[in-house]
Design a protein around this ligand. Structure first.
Ligand code: KIV
Length: 301
């Protein structure tokens, strides 16, 4: 990795990272108690994890959205535990300090409490995650309680839950009617009672998110497109930087068009190779005349 700026000559990643302290659950709750909003992003690979940790992101989620952003599927359902573990390991190597969450893929926790505990344990034992996230409300309370009893911190996920998008009628705002909103509020209460330390609210009206945040006693609320009143905000990394070519969700803010920078660079490379402009002498290695003469002589023998 490069030094951080021109005057910063340190090139040892461990030295740079050592400045930042490892985030713990009490540390996250202290920030919330002090009124400091939490920052959270998705991440799936080592170099991005390195930059996110260095930027001071509090919480990193290895989301099952990697099915779309990294593996090119149309949705999250085909993602496996092995996919998640491999990517979580890479992210942990790049981000030793952030609070790291592994996202439980489809059908790795729905079938039974035991399966849920065993798969949650893989994130902790094999990828050094700090906790896991799973989707669903009151119907998942026994899974949440079982995982929490096993000593694994759990983040819940309500509102638009992509693994159930078929049942929810697609990728759309959830909780717009009073009845739907009340159901999401009841689910939040059930998750809190089951022991989650946090709930991610995805695409829920801001007023509903505010009500849930005000009522949360032992957990903090993270918003994805659900307004400003949560304890923290999350975005999908690829949406922030124009890196997912198929789709840009309305609620995502683009912080830079890295996709365009990369595409322009790739086109330039193709042009330079085609026009024999690349490589230049600084891009390849040479041999001394003497060694070359000796080589040629040896070939004549
Ligand atoms: O998988 C994921 O990236 C998520 C986001 C919706 C935060 O769960």
């Amino acid at each position: 990795m490069r030094p951080r700026n021109d005057s910063d000559t340190r090139s040892n990643p461990e030295e740079i990272m050592a400045e930042r302290k490892k985030l713990t659950l009490p540390g996250l709750f202290k920030k919330v108690a002090d009124g400091q909003p939490l920052s959270m992003l998705t991440c799936y690979d080592y170099p991005t994890a390195y930059f996110q940790d260095e930027a001071g992101i509090d919480i990193i989620l290895v989301g099952d959205s990697l099915g779309m952003t990294m593996l090119g599927y149309d949705g999250t359902l085909p993602v496996t535990m092995d996919d998640m573990i491999r990517h979580s390991q890479a992210v942990r190597r790049g981000a030793p300090n952030a609070w790291l969450i592994g996202d439980m893929p489809y059908m790795t926790y729905q079938p039974s409490v035991e399966r849920a505990i065993l798969n949650a344990g893989r994130f902790m034992a094999e990828a050094s995650c700090d906790g896991i996230k799973l989707e669903g409300g009151a119907e998942m309370a026994d899974r949440v309680a079982g995982i929490v009893r096993s000593g694994i911190p759990v983040m819940g996920h309500l509102g638009l839950t992509p693994q159930s998008s078929s049942a929810l009628g697609g990728f759309r705002v959830q909780g717009k009617s009073a009845a739907q909103a009340k159901k999401i509020m009841d689910d939040a209460k059930a998750l809190e009672e089951a022991g989650v330390y946090s709930i991610l609210l995805e695409m829920v009206p801001d007023r509903v998110c505010k009500l849930i945040t005000e009522r949360a006693k032992n957990c903090f609320i993270i918003s994805l497109g659900s307004g400003r009143d949560a304890h923290g905000q999350v975005l999908i990394y690829h949406d922030m930087f124009g890196l997912y070519p198929k789709f840009k969700p309305k609620m995502a803010k683009v912080y830079g068009d890295a996709g365009k920078v990369i595409l322009d660079g790739l086109k330039q490379f193709v042009k330079e190779v085609t026009e024999k402009q690349f490589p230049q002498p600084e891009n390849y290695f040479r041999m001394t005349d003497a060694e070359y003469a000796e080589l040629c002589a040896s070939l004549k023998r």
